[in-house]
Structures are given as C-alpha cells and as structure tokens.
Design a protein around this ligand. Structure first.
Ligand code: PAF
Length: 283
C-alpha cells in the first residue's frame, strides 16, 4: 500500500485542495493532535463515507495547553501515525510545525462564551477553548473543507466548535463521531498511555459511574442523588473529581430535571498524574 502523502506548509495544503476541487472532489478534514488510536481512525472512516478526499491534520497545538499541562510530554509519533493511516482512507496528512501555524507576529485569538464558558472544562482549563477555537478556525480556513469531524469524547469541545462555525459563518459542516471504548468501557484517548498498570485497572470506573447514574436517572431517580452515588464510585476507585454534571446536551447549561431537555452527563477526574474525561447521553 502506498504511503499517505504528508505536507507541512499551508500553501501545500491549499495546492492539494485546489487540485481536488478542480477535479470536482469534495474535501473532509479530521483535525487531530496525533498519537492516533482506533478512535481517530474511526473518525477518518466515518468521514470518508461523506466526502471524496480526507485530510488528517496532526498538530500538537501549544495554545490549548496551559503552562502546567502536558504539552511537553504529549506523545508525538508522526511516523507511527502515518503507518496507522494506511489502514483507512486518508488522502493527505497536514502536519505543520508550530512556526507555520503561529509565526512570530501572530496576533489573533478566538475568545468565546456560550458553550466555551459553562463551568466544565473551562473552569479547570481557562485558556483551553481559546486555543482550540483559534486553531480549529485556522484549520477550517486553511483547508476550506466541506465537512470536518470531531469526536464526542471531547464533548464540550464539539459543542464549542459547532458554535464557532455558526458564529463565524464558516461553511464547513461539523460531524460528530461516537466515542470508542476498550472492552472494559474506558474511552480511548491518546493520554491513556500515561496510566500505570494499577491506574489502568481502575480507570474504567469512570465510565461505569456514568452508566450507573444514567440507569438511575432513567428509572426515575433524582439527578443530584444519582450523581452523588456516582461520585462515590469514582472516589472509591482512587480518583479526584474535577466535575461530574448533568447538562443540556446542546447548550451545556445545568439541568435539574429530564424535562429541561436532552441530557448529557460529563465527567473529568484525575487518576494519579492523568486527567481523564468522559461523557454519555442520558438515553
Ligand atoms: O481534539 C483534539 O485533538 C484537538 O483539541 C483539536 C480539535 C485537534 C485541536 O487542536
């Protein structure tokens, strides 16, 4: 099988897109930070059912990490990533260097309210969505993709990006891909490699706690009582909770009863040095 071509310059990306457009092809974008796993590959597969050409971006975006986060140790494995992409239908990898995305005179930031400021991830990572919105706006502009796909695993990010494209009249359609899980329920994440053997054994409790809350709520239980019991499951597994909340599935505003709209449970917790996030619909 031939290797997926890799470009690092915006101009090369634009030339590729221009040539495909001239040939009448539609363009899809899968933005990633690399360290690809089956979850990323499933996004590429879903997208390739909707467009003629799929571009995968691999860029560990410094602006979405704060100083105390894992930017320095975030896994970078471009060669392995490119090999993994041979298993799916990816047509181009765009892997820019930091200077290509943020030249020394770079001066713009996309700052959002709405789903970017709802006291979930933003409470613990105050500059995170500014970095995500800025880089995603750039990637969508650079590629002019017809469709871009993002995983539901980063659920608040997905809602932020949907708001971003609505607010800035970006014509790219946003697709969501479901979270892929290990057999024991742990959501696939590039950060799972940080977990020790013992932590890896405990980590699925996060998902089990979400499942337990959903089944209580669906059988008529009080939302806050269900969340309280799920917090206990998570704490008993040795994790420190940042948040476990029931929110409106689109606006992400707090939800007290199921009558207030479609609900989603979202959680973030620390297990040792690793921060895990997960979410599931209440349905
Ligand atoms: O979800 C990610 O991997 C990143 O936040 C994204 C969307 C590629 C932006 O850097």
């Amino acid at each position: 099988m031939t290797e997926v071509p890799v470009v690092t310059k915006v101009e090369e990306l634009r030339n590729f897109v221009r040539a495909k457009r001239l040939a009448g092809k539609s363009i899809g974008l899968t933005p990633t930070m690399g360290a690809l796993h089956a979850g990323h590959l499933s996004l590429v597969e879903i997208l390739s059912q909707h467009v003629d050409c799929v571009i995968v971006t691999i860029f560990v975006n410094p602006t979405q990490f704060s100083v105390n986060e894992d930017f320095g140790r975030y896994p970078r494995q471009l060669k392995e990533d490119i090999e993994k992409l041979l298993k799916v239908k990816a047509d181009l990898v765009f892997a820019p260097h930091v200077e290509e995305m943020y030249p020394s005179d770079f001066s713009t930031r996309v700052i959002m309210s709405g789903p970017a400021q709802v006291n979930l991830e933003d409470r613990f990572r105050p500059t995170h969505f500014e970095g995500v919105a800025t880089v995603v706006a750039k990637l969508l502009n650079q590629s002019q993709a017809d469709i871009a796909i993002f995983g539901e695993k980063d659920y608040q990010q997905l809602q932020v990006i949907r708001q971003l494209v609505r607010d800035l009249d970006i014509s790219t359609r946003i697709l969501a891909g479901p979270t892929l899980r290990e057999a024991d329920g742990l959501a696939l994440s590039s950060r799972n490699i940080y977990l020790s053997e013992d932590e890896r054994a405990k980590a699925p409790q996060l998902y089990l706690a979400l499942r337990s809350a959903v089944s209580q709520i669906l059988s008529g239980g009080d939302i806050s009582e269900a969340l309280k019991q799920s917090c206990e499951i998570i704490v008993n597994a040795g994790m420190k909770i940042d948040y476990l909340e029931a929110r409106h599935a689109e606006s992400l505003t707090p939800l007290r009863s199921m009558a207030e709209g479609p609900a989603r449970l979202l959680v973030a917790a620390h297990l040792g040095k690793t921060r895990l996030i997960d979410n599931i619909p209440v349905s």
